[in-house]
Ligand binder design. Structure first.
Ligand SMILES: [Zn+2]
Length: 245
């Protein structure tokens, strides 16, 4: 995938997640560039609802701008992304959200975010809560966040949001949707009665029933659905469709 293609698809991904309320005036999505020590992320001030390919900046892992249109700067929390890419070579895309549903699970002591929905088995080894509620705006804070994340697939930030890590742009789009759905499901179920998260036996059965290829097709299906819906609603221009992933 060339840089122009990546910029356009990332811009679409950000607009679509904003339309779903997963990104708001805050939050960001990044994707590792073909050059492993570079990554794409949208700029500091451009609204998530209207991101254009030229609003996407290319950074190195020290946060230096490699490529950007004039006046575009990275978000102050780019350290979330740069430090995770530095510490986790297996990660190729990252979503940072300020989702209300996710934050709620950092504000209670006896209701940890659990695997409620079948689509949430990616987080069966748990979602740790990073204790620092301040913005991750230094490399030191980024490294501390990496320590909390460890080898897991997501981390909550106390009173702040969530960071979800994935293998690529379509994968992180799917994971951002599923993470939000799972947090919402737990929030909703907690109003009905005692929570019954999926058991380790049920999770194992779900894992055994879905191959890695399934998740590639699933991510494509979800992406196609939201792209089609987004175009009908005017979230992304129709002219982008045949140039997207
Ligand atoms: Zn944040």
């Amino acid at each position: 995938m060339d840089n122009a293609h990546t910029r356009l698809s990332l811009a679409a991904c950000i607009r679509l997640l904003h339309a779903e309320g997963i990104l708001t005036y805050n939050g960001h999505i990044s994707v590792r560039a073909s050059e492993d020590n570079h990554f794409f992320i949208h700029s500091l001030l451009d609204p998530r609802s209207d991101v254009l390919p030229e609003n996407i900046v290319l950074l190195d892992l020290d946060g230096r701008v490699v490529e950007a249109t004039e006046g575009r700067k990275p978000p102050s929390e780019f350290h979330i992304h740069s430090e995770i890419y530095r510490h986790r070579p297996d990660i190729h895309a990252i979503a940072h959200t300020h989702s209300d549903a996710a934050i709620a699970f950092t504000l209670v002591s006896d209701n940890p975010l659990s695997v409620m929905r079948a689509d949430a088995i990616h987080w069966s080894d748990g979602v740790p809560v990073h204790p620092d509620p301040t913005r991750i705006n230094t490399s030191k804070k980024g490294k501390e966040l990496c320590e909390t994340l460890g080898a897991k697939s997501a981390v909550l930030l106390r009173s702040h949001g969530a960071v979800i890590v994935g293998s690529g742009l379509l994968n992180i789009f799917m994971l951002a949707i599923h993470f939000e759905e799972n947090a919402q499901a737990q929030f909703l179920a907690s109003k009905l009665g005692e929570l019954k998260p999926l058991s380790s036996i049920e999770i194992e059965a779900l894992k055994n029933s879905s191959s890695p290829e399934f998740y590639v097709h699933y991510a494509n299906k979800i992406w196609s659905y939201y792209v089609s819906r987004g175009q009908k609603k005017g979230v992304i221009p129709k002219t982008w469709s045949n140039k997207l992933l």
